[in-house]
Design a protein around this ligand. Structure first.
Ligand code: SAH
Ligand code: SF4
Length: 376
């Protein structure tokens, strides 16, 4: 896996070599102050600039009206406020939108907005592709993988807020009120960058999204789970998908490294995992694979001592997938067994299937196009 240089000085010198301006997006308060300090910017000014970037969303230094014209032009000489380029923007019949974003090295990742009454959820990617190859997931079939940097993760949010004109974000009826790290990639294989981006998203003077409205989903990188609770404090979702190791080994191969018992143990100790902050267990419904009523009962046993809720995800098909979605009746009965056992379970309504924007359908085409070019 190629790691994006998140070391500041490396990033600065690389930017200088390329003759590009360093984007300030993705820098936290401390890094921002450090980067602009050589221009003679005092710490309190750096805090004002932080607010202009993340709270007001300005895309041009000249809009920073409480900053002198001289400093505005000095900043513009050295830095940019550039967002990732939008290489494609699609809208589904149900209102779901998908942006394909292109980064400086021409790699691409997708970001999806799901509108609901009086709120909206942005589904954000953490990597280009994914190393983990879950057998039912489209992203897992993509070969090229690299981590996204904090600027590329936050850039997805900023593009969406730009589109909705939500600067600063309103107190009510926000279009981007909730955030889920459920796009392409495994966020806990890119912990440092995801943490940096989420802490800026949570910051009251940043993007100001409450940590209770942010959910991070993991396939089960057990050693990192405790750090999510302690260092970021967002809601946790676990891609469980099976109740027995033999089957989970096939569906979510990371299970061979960290089996179900270890995963659930980490959940039991999740900091803040009290009733108010229940852990969501995601369970994809695959016809004749993991959808028997016996498995529903086993699931309720497994979750007995964990403050939890269940999300049943009807399988979203993609070209070449070897699975089918369980029937509506089976999903309904499965759901009922869990609810009857006193665990809240909901069936996630598929959104944006017509533009391949639903869970597990994301996959950027950049690699395939590149390979086709190489083949010529
Ligand atoms: N890598 C992380 C987050 C991204 S996937 C994880 O696996 O948790 C977000 C959710 O979509 C996960 O629960 C994933 O298992 C599920 N998913 C993947 N492919 C799917 C598909 N084809 N249909 C329905 N859900 C799918
Ligand atoms: Fe990666 Fe998550 Fe897809 Fe598995 S389900 S391949 S971890 S993105």
């Amino acid at each position: 896996m190629i790691k994006l240089a998140c070391n500041l000085s490396a990033l600065q010198s690389r930017t200088r070599e390329n003759g590009e301006l360093l984007s300030l997006i993705g820098l936290d308060r401390v890094d921002l102050a450090r980067v602009i300090e050589p221009l003679g910017v005092k710490p309190f000014r750096a805090q004002q600039i932080f607010r202009w970037i993340y709270n007001r969303g300005v895309a041009d230094f000249s809009e920073m009206t409480n900053i002198s014209k001289d400093l505005q032009s000095e900043l513009a000489k050295h830095f940019s406020l550039a967002r990732p380029a939008i290489s494609q923007h699609q809208k589904s019949d149900d209102g779901t939108q998908k942006w394909l974003l292109r980064f400086d090295d021409a790699q691409e990742a997708e970001c999806v907005h799901i509108p609901e009454a009086e709120r909206g959820t942005l589904c954000v990617s953490s990597q280009v592709g994914c190393t983990l190859n879950c057998s039912f997931c489209h992203t897992g079939t993509q070969r090229m993988v690299r981590n996204l940097g904090p600027s590329e993760i936050l850039g997805q949010l900023m593009v969406a807020r730009d589109d909705f004109g939500e600067w600063p974000a309103p107190d009510f009826n926000r279009k981007v009120s909730n955030l889920v790290m459920m796009g392409m990639g495994e966020p806990l294989y890119n912990f440092d960058n995801v943490k940096k981006a989420l802490l800026i998203a949570i910051d009251n003077e940043g993007l100001s999204i409450s940590k209770r409205k942010i959910t991070l989903s993991t396939s089960g990188v057990v050693p990192m789970i405790e750090r999510v609770g302690r260092e970021i404090g967002v809601q946790l979702a676990i891609s469980l998908h099976a109740v027995r190791d033999e089957l989970r080994d096939i569906l979510v191969p990371i299970n061979k490294k960290w089996p179900i018992a270890e995963l659930l143990d980490a959940c039991r100790h999740y900091p803040g995992g009290r009733n108010a902050r229940r852990i969501t267990f995601e369970y994809v419904m695959l016809k004749n694979f993991n959808d028997s009523l016996e498995e529903a009962r086993e699931l309720t046993q497994l979750l007995r001592n964990i403050p939890s809720k269940v999300n049943l995800i009807p399988f979203n098909p993609w070209p070449g997938a070897n699975y089918e979605c369980s029937s509506e009746n089976v999903i309904r009965d499965f759901n009922e067994i869990i609810n009857d056992a006193g665990i809240t379970s909901v069936i996630r309504r598929p959104r944006g299937r017509d533009i391949l924007a639903a869970c597990g359908q994301l996959k950027s085409e950049s690699v395939r196009q590149k390979r086709t070019k190489l083949d010529q």
